[in-house]
Design a protein around this ligand. Structure first.
Ligand SMILES: NC(=O)C1=CN([C@@H]2O[C@H](COP(=O)(O)OP(=O)(O)OC[C@H]3O[C@@H](n4cnc5c(N)ncnc54)[C@H](OP(=O)(O)O)[C@@H]3O)[C@@H](O)[C@H]2O)C=CC1
Ligand SMILES: O=C1O[C@H](COP(=O)(O)O)[C@@H](O)[C@H](O)[C@H]1O
Length: 519
């Protein structure tokens, strides 16, 4: 690192605070901003990255007199060909007004395409030339040159791409600014490969320059977890082993691997969803209160709880594979890759000893949703026979239809003293009618531009997360752990429900169903 870069990173790390304190204390940075989407021809770029950038532009977070967006990939495309490809993803509905279409067109004209390979200095020097031209046009004396490289690429090319960025494309402005890289999951396949990748990238970039994205950390109700837990007196005394019986963190999709079988078969559901997305959610549910909202304080607590997770026991895992998965020509006929998994995590600390955390994820199931379900223990000395109705549960619906509801036992309205399960319900669509909930990628890209690493995964967190799952993953890879077949469109293997009832002490509420309110 040169001394000017170091100065810049120090300045940036001082902005590494919560949005609240940052908005109050720090002026927004100005000057040229170059956002380079590497892998611009790919699936993630067109479906998520560019639409997120468009939404940021639309809301005034990307200023046309500062920003230039570069798409980079090997495919030979012109600027207009890339823009035409993206158009359909930015205009998902036919009802766009002429003003909205004009906005899309203005955004698309901020995009330039540069074609090149992922390991050639000539290609990256060419990219650097394009970025520098933009900076010369946009830089002002009070400004800074900011370069954000978003790697929407297969991880196999991360090391060479990072090396090329470091060799050819770093920010050179003496006026300040920064160079940051955003990397996607999967970050490694196990502990060893993840550490190897971290070392390779760590030799080129400092930790404050690396943004390991996990898009679940950008979801509204995931971000709400800290507020909920630490800004409400109500929950503080309840959130522990004395009151909570078990916690479920569940991801379900009602479609299969759909054209991504080749990728998926090398990873499986644990690497695709559980080791990253669900484990990040687990951290926010289980961690202790951070000293402050500074990213390092939050990430320190996440790390601590990850390090308190005990080795996973064989009899607390159920794996499944949906019937028809192997019909995909890119999936080998003898594949044992799980498309469904339930894994119980146990935390060895004062707060959580004895409380099972059930992480469950599956493809081709009967519904699409993700939620956190905190089940409380039975009422001691129960005089109402509440157990007949079921336990208190606090459910946080991450998607779809964001909501939080608390299942309570109440008196059944009427003359008799009977009890019934009901709920206290906060459904976002109903409560916040005028608010559009931002897409996860939108928020996280904005955070990376602002230099806020709170919602990104630190290297030591990543290592701890692989430490939890690597022994199990290696056994699955060796074929020592078999996936049970299940019918698409069901809840997954019946063994998973048995595990929940028998090993995790989950008590099902019969006859109660939460119905999302309609407007
Ligand atoms: N798609 C999604 O919904 C999600 C994706 N991700 C992650 O984001 C990253 C990108 O995903 P996605 O866009 O789906 O990936 P793609 O397979 O679409 O690849 C992106 C681009 O990378 C280039 N590329 C593909 N394969 C190779 C290769 N073997 N060597 C070098 N370049 C290659 C291609 O561009 P060209 O040939 O033009 O250079 C391609 O357009 C991955 O790490 C993925 O795991 C994470 C969450 C969700
Ligand atoms: O990272 C991934 O996430 C998606 C699910 O994301 P969501 O925001 O729609 O819940 C999943 O389909 C994909 O397999 C996985 O790679």
């Amino acid at each position: 690192m040169t001394s000017s870069e170091w100065r810049v990173e120090r300045r940036q790390s001082s902005t590494n605070e919560s949005p609240l304190s940052r908005d109050l204390e720090h002026a927004t940075e100005t000057g040229s901003l170059s956002i380079v989407v590497l892998g611009a021809s790919g699936d993630l770029a067109k479906k998520k990255t560019f639409p997120a950038l468009f939404n940021l532009y639309r809301q005034g977070f990307l200023l046309p007199d500062e920003v230039c967006i570069f798409g980079y990939a090997r495919s030979k495309l012109t600027d207009d060909e890339l823009r035409n490809r993206l158009h359909g993803y930015l205009v998902p509905s036919k009802d766009f007004s002429p003003e909205q279409l004009e906005e899309v067109s203005k955004f698309l004209h901020l995009i330039k395409y540069v074609s090149g390979s992922y390991d050639s200095e000539d290609s990256f020097c060419n990219l650097d030339k394009e970025i520098s031209e933009h900076e010369l046009l946009k830089n002002s004396t009070e400004g800074s040159s900011r370069r954000l490289f978003y790697l929407a690429l297969p991880p196999s090319v991360y090391p060479s791409v990072c090396k090329m960025i470091k060799t050819c494309c770093m920010n050179k402005s003496d006026l300040g600014g920064w160079t940051r890289i955003v990397v996607e999951k999967p970050f490694g396949k196990d502990l060893e490969s993840a550490e190897q990748l971290s070392t390779q990238i760590g030799q080129l970039f400092e930790e404050p320059q690396i943004y390991r994205i996990d898009h679940y950390l950008g979801k509204e109700l995931v971000q709400n977890m800290l507020v909920l837990r630490f800004a409400n007196r109500l929950f503080m005394p309840l959130w522990n082993r004395d009151n909570i019986a078990n916690v479920q963190i569940v991801f379900r999709e009602n479609f299969g691997t759909e054209g991504r079988g080749g990728y998926f078969d090398q990873y499986g559901i644990i690497r695709d969803i559980i080791q990253n997305h669900l484990l990040q959610v687990f951290c926010l549910v289980a961690m202790e209160k951070p000293v402050s909202l500074k990213p390092e304080h939050i990430r320190d607590e996440k790390l601590k709880v990850l390090e308190s997770v005990l080795p996973i026991k064989d009899d607390e895992v159920v794996l499944g594979q949906y019937e028809g998965y192997k019909d995909d020509p890119t999936v080998p006929d003898n594949s044992n890759t799980p498309t469904f998994a339930t894994v119980i995590l146990r935390v060895h600390n004062e707060r959580w000893e004895g409380v099972p955390f059930i992480l469950k994820a599956g493809k081709a199931l009967n519904s699409r949703k993700a939620d956190i379900r905190v089940q409380f223990k039975d009422v001691p000395g129960d005089i109402f026979k509440c157990q007949k109705q079921g336990r208190n549960e606090f459910v946080i619906r991450l998607q779809p239809s964001e909501a939080m509801y608390m299942k309570l036992t109440v008196k059944k309205p009427g003359l008799e003293m009977e009890t019934v399960q009901s709920e206290l319900d906060l459904s976002y669509r109903q409560r916040y009618q005028a608010v559009t909930i931002p897409e996860a990628y939108e928020r996280l890209i904005l955070d990376s531009i602002r230099g806020d690493q709170q919602h990104f995964v630190r290297r030591d967190e990543l290592k701890a997360s692989w430490e939890i799952f690597t022994p199990l993953l290696h056994r699955i890879d060796k074929g020592e752990f078999k996936s049970t077949p299940y019918q698409p469109g069901t809840r997954g293997p019946v063994e998973a429900d048995k595990l929940l009832l028998e090993k995790a002490g989950y008590v099902q509420t019969h006859g109660y169903r939460w119905i999302p309110p309609t407007l």
